[in-house]
Design a binder for this molecule. Structure first.
Ligand code: UD1
Ligand code: F6R
Length: 734
């Protein structure tokens, strides 16, 4: 949750107005991540001063506040670092003092924007209060800003002028929890720090000159300093500040499927044998230079840096980006980007590559659509195709998932498969569980990440754990992933966001290639996850003659999905009309499904709840008579999935139970299905007709009418579809 944006220009002259506009526009692209308050911090008029402008509400409100403050837009800066934030409240309600940037003191000596949660903030706050600091907000972030100042001051008083990244290392030793954060300070003009742990952060680089190399070296502490005495610092929780207690790193056998084939499992948790401690006070400042930013003749190179929690906000400026890893401390100054780490880990990469994003600006613009959600629903013919592109050979009925190929032999030997996810991603697991079991003949369980963790469910080395996530950053899913890595299971990711934490931490996986999903309600990611999981199941069974016919039918079914989705989208006028009339002013809606369509019922109900705020419940049709039937009367709106598969007779009987109680369900059925055409007349049913496909793929088509329905129910109720209340796109808090 929350979006972070930063902009640094070096030898590229910018007016304050341009800098403000860049920051505000960056926030606009991140607004879907959190939209209850926003703020920016830039250079003030006094030398080395910081001006903070913040406001509750969306970016529009911030723009008004900036106009009200009316800073001189014409002042120019050859070098400048500004930071900005859009918030989704976790600690403290949305009010102005709780907006980020948070500051260390009334002079704004250190200002911080932060995404994540500092779990030991209460202890830190108590400690800082005892030191005389006055807190003005209810946020956990404020203690980070104050900690920066406190540590700066005591070192300064002791005669140590720490480099900004050294100071940051000391701060990070104190804080526990998750963070993606940017810090700027009047003590370090034109410098910025970016660091992350469990929360995404990337840096876009824009330079007229070609970068010398396409990577940045990681800088470790100078080991010759290891013997030096450490600076005395505060001890929170009664814990020594340099305690190594928490230094457990999880390493994966990412590139080594044979470790699993040989039965070695994962050497997951490695304690400090692999880690070298740092000295808190390495004072060999700025001894190194980042090779990437050296010009041929050694002269300074004009450069701009864009820091963000999401690639979609930097794409307008540059496609060259570097994804920070957990515990990286990026330090930008004098047109250079340095990546520091507190300790050297055996086997860890010594560089961070500067990658070229494949994303196009058009992908993150609304185009002719009113909302991102609508655009993303309409993108599904393309996004479903892109998930399959280059991976399915429809001529030879074969599947080739590049990211899984080498791992398939190990996966086939699994005792069980556990799929773990949250929300819509969980529903895509439910939707494909049956076909997974049928094709792989391996038992599959599907888990909600939070419940899986709450139960401390047993996990073994011969388990395969599949993590499904659009963002690749969901905290519950990530924690469950770490839990299974620690227990030596082989982990597979099914993820949309390339470079995300889950994509990187899993041993192997499949990027679903649905393109950026910005609407808070997940739509195209669902259908692409579904297809990726079906392709995964098909890959697992490609050595089985007994499954040949079934596999061919599914692969040929997949071929038609994009055009069939297009067909279903033509239902929009009818669905819109239903939303305006029959479903308008309703308080509650039941959705019935069975077999493959139970997942569609749950997913449809979730969409309706989260976007239109109308209560909706997905019910397993077979369970109707065990309680839910009591709700049914002539008034309760009901939607039922009545598409053809082996369970059709049972579904028919459930729907008859509803019509016998004077219910008038809307039935999603296959085109020209005689049974429903007849019933439409006899029992006063509405139908929404969708093309027929293979049973295990039907959910891909059946979900689309419900996505459209949730969209129009919300629009008709005047709800800002892309920003439903209390929600945010990327749930990076537990
Ligand atoms: C890759 C390239 C794609 C290129 C194709 C050509 C990337 C991201 N993809 O696609 O641009 O067109 O080769 O052959 O560069 N992974 C995980 N966890 C996940 C998801 C993926 O570990 O959750 C790993 C995979 O195991 C693989 C890598 O990430 O090693 C890329 O995965 P994916 O994009 O699915 O691979 P390809 O389809 O081969
Ligand atoms: C619902 C929705 C959420 C997400 C859930 C998991 O429309 O978007 O339920 O599916 O928060 O998010 P990811 O897939 O990013 O892990």
């Amino acid at each position: 949750m929350c979006g972070i944006f930063g902009y640094c220009n070096y030898l590229v002259e910018k007016s304050r107005g341009e800098i403000i506009d860049t920051l505000v526009e960056g926030l606009e692209r991140l607004e879907y991540r959190g939209y209850d308050s926003t703020g920016i911090a830039i250079d003030g008029d006094e030398l080395d001063s910081t001006l903070i402008i913040k406001q509750i509400g969306k970016v529009g409100a911030l723009k008004k506040e900036i106009a009200k403050v009316n800073p001189n837009r014409d002042v120019t800066f050859v070098s400048h670092c500004g930071i900005a934030h859009t918030r989704w409240a976790t600690h403290g309600e949305p009010k102005q003092v709780n907006c980020h940037p948070q500051r260390s003191d009334s002079n704004n000596e250190f200002v911080v924007v932060h995404n994540g949660i500092i779990t030991n903030f209460r202890e830190l706050k108590t400690l800082l209060l005892n030191k005389g600091y006055k807190f003005e907000s209810e946020t956990d972030t404020e203690c980070i800003a104050k900690l920066f100042k406190h540590l700066y001051d005591i070192n300064y008083q002791n005669g140590h002028e720490l480099d900004f990244h050294e100071l940051t290392k000391l701060v990070l030793l104190e804080i526990e929890g998750s963070y993606g954060l940017l810090c700027r300070s009047s003590h370090y003009p034109n410098e910025v720090i970016a660091t992350r742990k469990g929360s995404p952060l990337l840096i876009g680089v824009k330079s007229e000159k070609k970068l010398k190399v396409d990577f940045v070296d990681v800088e470790f502490p100078d080991e010759s300093n290891l013997g030096k005495p450490e600076t005395p610092l505060i001890a929170a929780n009664g814990k020594a500040i340099h305690s190594d207690d928490n230094n457990i790193t999880v390493t994966t056998n990412k590139k080594n499927p044979s470790a699993f084939l040989n039965g070695d499992g994962n050497s997951s948790s490695s304690h400090d044998d692999n880690l070298l401690p740092i000295a808190a006070n390495e004072f060999n400042l700025r001894y190194s230079q980042s090779r990437a930013f050296l010009s041929e003749d050694g002269s300074p190179t004009p450069v701009e840096f864009f820091l963000s929690s999401d690639a979609s906000s930097v794409i307008k400026h540059t496609k060259k980006v570097l994804f920070l890893e957990d515990d990286d401390i990026a330090h930008i100054y004098d047109g250079e980007l340095h990546i520091h780490r507190s300790r050297r880990e055996v086997g860890a990469s010594m560089t961070r590559s500067i990658q070229t994003l494949e994303m196009e600006l058009a992908q993150i613009m609304k185009g002719p659509y009113k909302h991102f959600m609508q655009k993303e629903i309409y993108e599904q013919p393309e996004s479903t195709f892109n998930t399959m592109r280059g991976r399915i050979d429809f001529e030879n009925n074969s599947i080739n998932l590049g990211g899984l190929k080498a791992w398939l032999p190990a996966i086939r030997r699994a005792r069980r498969i556990i799929m773990i996810a949250c929300g819509t991603s969980y529903h895509s697991c439910l939707a494909t569980r049956a076909i997974f079991e049928e094709l792989s003949e391996i038992p599959v369980s599907v888990e909600l990440a939070s419940d899986f963790l709450d139960r401390k469910s047993p996990v073994f080395r011969d388990d395969i754990c599949v993590f499904v996530s659009q963002s690749g950053e969901t905290a519950d899913t990530m924690l469950a992933l770490n839990y299974t890595l620690e227990r030596g299971a082989l982990t597979v990711g099914i993820v949309n966001t390339v470079g995300s934490s889950i994509s990187r931490a899993t041993h192997c996986g499949v990027h679903i290639n649905a393109g950026p999903e910005i609407g808070v309600a997940s739509t195209k990611a669902y259908t692409s996850q579904y297809i990726a999981l079906v392709m995964f199941a098909l890959s697992l069974s490609d050595d089985r003659v007994s499954k040949l016919e079934r596999r061919e039918a599914i692969i040929q079914g997949l071929k038609l999905i994009p055009s069939q989705v297009k067909q279903v989208l033509k239902l929009e006028p009818k669905i819109k009309e239903l939303c305006e009339n029959k479903l308008a002013d309703q308080k509650s809606l039941l959705i019935l499904g069975r077999g493959y369509q139970f997942a569609s019922a749950l997913e449809g109900a979730l969409k309706i709840k989260e976007i239109s705020y109308m209560h909706s419940e997905g019910v397993l049709a077979g369970e109707l008579k065990h309680g839910v039937l009591a709700l049914v009367d002539e008034n309760l709106p009901i939607i039922a999935f009545g598409t053809r598969d082996s369970l059709f007779p049972k579904v028919l009987s459930s729907i008859e139970q509803v019509t016998a109680r004077k219910g008038h369900p809307i039935v999603i059925c296959n085109e020209n299905d005689e049974v429903w055409m007849e019933k439409a007349v006899d029992s006063n049913l509405e139908t929404l007709e969708v093309p027929q496909t293979v049973d295990c793929l039907q959910g891909l088509l059946n979900i689309v009418p419900l996505q459209l329905m949730s969209y129009w129910l919300a629009v008709n109720r005047g709800i800002d579809v892309d920003f439903p209340r209390n929600l945010a796109k990327s749930v990076t808090v537990e």
